[in-house]
Design a binder for this molecule. Structure first.
Ligand code: HEM
Length: 146
């Protein structure tokens, strides 16, 4: 599970010391997010290609854990995620199943997708809503008993 969602506040502050050395520990300023780290050009702009391996831009390779902490999805170092490979594989498989199984569209009334990050936490400013319509034979969608 992406543990950043469950982190207690003091744990978040501990991470900040690493990510943002210029942050005043007792300041009332909201904590800084990845988008403020002075590593990327235009950090608030959606540019997923910035995560491709620098040495070989033609490859689709992405280094998920690296000491420079440019991509901190799985953290790094000795306490970094032990399940990076299975976590990445599961995420890709889940995305592939969602794309294969459903035709995706904007919800009724929406004119565009807004990928805007919240200012004070790691969530999106507004929930991402989408309409999913099954596109395969009905028997391929197992019913979950709750
Ligand atoms: C997309 C999926 C996942 C994400 C984003 C993710 C992310 C993370 C992060 C950020 C940490 C470090 C937390 C910290 O700094 O304290 C962590 C730790 C850890 N993760 Fe994951 N994780 C994922 C999936 C998994 C899976 C599938 C497994 C196991 C099969 C796993 C096993 C672990 C373990 C054992 C640790 C603790 C490592 C240690 O403290 O020595 N993770 N994960």
């Amino acid at each position: 599970m992406p543990s950043c969602l469950l982190m207690l506040p003091d744990k978040i502050l501990l991470s900040l010391v690493i990510l943002s050395p210029d942050h005043e520990p007792n300041s009332s300023e909201p904590f800084r997010t990845w988008s403020e780290i002075k590593i990327w050009d235009e950090p608030d702009v959606f540019k997923p290609e910035r995560h491709l391996d620098e040495h070989d831009r033609d490859s689709m390779g992405v280094t998920l854990m690296e000491p420079d902490m440019r991509l901190v999805i799985f953290s790094t170092g000795r306490r970094g995620c032990a399940g990076t490979k299975i976590g990445a594989s599961m995420t890709i498989m889940l995305l592939a199943r969602l794309l294969q199984g459903f035709a995706w569209a904007l919800p009724i009334g929406a004119s565009q997708v807004e990928l805007i990050a919240a200012k004070s936490n790691l969530f999106m400013a507004k929930p991402l809503l989408a309409s999913a319509k099954p596109r395969l034979a009905p028997g391929l969608y197992p019913k979950i008993q709750i």
